[in-house]
Design a protein around this ligand. Structure first.
Ligand code: PLP
Length: 378
């Protein structure tokens, strides 16, 4: 079976994990610290601005507390968003207003949500669809003049650059990445937040770890520095416990060392698909590079009126495909029948994510292309 996504893990990752297990320190320790430092270098931000979590969803779940949102406030997000993003606000009765997306990219633009903004609007949360950069500049200018936070779900954008060459996720209030099993860089599970503001970063750190002060040292560290009662601690807010551990971080460090290689392979696959599928008139490729942006190719998405039939045909021939993300307004919890989301509806009916991951061989991707061509020739 050719998978749509697949992690590249093996002996090197398991050697790193073995080292952690043998050290008997498997919680947050030297590997989490080192991974954080390596990521801050990779993203070109200060180490203090990077926080590691045990999932992207964990980071999304603290957003309402982080930005002091309450029932009666509202947030805007595209209906094509990951479920935990909406769940995070829903369970605190914060109003969610869904907006449509741009059909060319699957991304939100200012025009998609401008009319939804009112006095209750506290944040706009954007998702970089499949790693394609949202053009944030005009959204940020619009939002800052109205005191609206701009928050980014950068789960898919591990190494994307916008049209001005800026690394996606490093220049808004808050961005959150995922290192889950299917992401380009995987830890098995894991996530990262980059926060612009130091006070906000400290608050996030407290929310993600029991509400203990961000500046606090561990009991072990305190015991070494002469404190007599190193077991004493303070609690500042009701936090959860969503930090990364050294087993996950050790895998992440191995993965990070291969990230450029992974992205390069994905770029080659995307280029091959574009060249080969371009000649099929019933197929269109969803745009990934608008202007001069540079993308991490987490998804490769095509549009076709025969989407369901094609997906079934490929599956019957051992090629698994999918569509991300089923529009939230079409689910039971978030059902929204009053609003219209024509582009999201179009994507939900016509778009298909093709296999793209760094384990795919040239023979694999040729087979995918051949199958698609033969499907449309019939
Ligand atoms: C994968 C993904 C998430 C969730 O990440 P987890 O680490 O599994 O919680 C959130 N948003 C988007 C856009 C994703 O693709």
């Amino acid at each position: 079976m050719i998978n749509v996504f697949e992690p590249s893990v093996g002996i090197e990752d398991s050697n790193r994990v073995s080292d952690v297990l043998e050290s008997k320190w498997i919680g947050a320790g030297p590997h989490v610290k080192a991974f954080r430092e390596e990521l801050s270098v990779e993203f070109g931000v200060e180490k203090d601005r990077v926080l590691l979590t045990n999932s992207c969803s964990a980071g999304l779940m603290v957003l309402p507390y982080l930005f002091d949102l309450k029932a009666g406030d509202s947030v805007i997000m595209p209906t094509i968003s990951f479920p935990s993003l909406a769940n995070s606000f829903k369970r605190l009765d914060i109003t969610i207003k869904f907006c449509d997306v741009d059909k060319r990219t699957g991304n939100v633009t200012l025009d998609c949500f401008r009319d939804l903004v009112d006095a209750t609007t506290k944040a706009i949360i954007v998702t970089h669809y499949g790693g394609t950069p949202v053009e944030l500049e005009e959204i940020k200018v619009f939002a800052s003049s109205r005191n609206i936070y701009v928050i980014e779900d950068t789960a898919c954008a591990i190494k994307s650059f916008d049209s001005q060459g800026r690394r996606v996720g490093t220049y808004s209030d808050c961005a959150i990445w995922s290192f889950d099993a299917m992401k380009t860089l995987t830890c098995g599970d894991g996530g990262m937040m980059i926060l612009r503001d130091q006070a906000l970063r400290d608050k996030a750190s407290e929310l993600l770890y029991l509400g203990l002060p961000a500046s606090d040292k561990s009991g072990l560290d305190k015991s070494g520095s002469g404190d007599s009662m190193w077991w004493e601690y303070d609690i500042l807010r009701p936090g959860s416990r969503d930090i990364m551990n050294d087993i996950l971080a050790a895998i992440g460090r191995e993965q990070l060392s291969k990230l450029d290689q992974y992205i390069e392979r994905r770029k080659k696959i995307a280029t091959f698909y574009c060249e080969e599928l371009g000649s099929i008139k019933e197929v269109k490729v969803l745009s990934q590079e608008l202007n001069d942006s540079d993308v991490s190719h987490y998804f490769f998405t095509i549009e076709t009126a025969k989407r369901n039939e094609l997906a079934r045909f490929l599956k019957d021939n051992n090629v698994y495909t999918t569509f991300r993300y089923w529009p939230l307004h079409k689910t039971t919890l978030y059902k929204d029948v009053d609003s219209k989301f024509p582009n999201a509806e179009y994507m939900a009916a016509n778009c298909l994510n093709l296999p793209i991951h760094q384990n795919l061989s040239d023979a694999n991707i040729s087979l995918v292309v051949q199958l698609i061509k033969s499907f449309f020739e019939e």
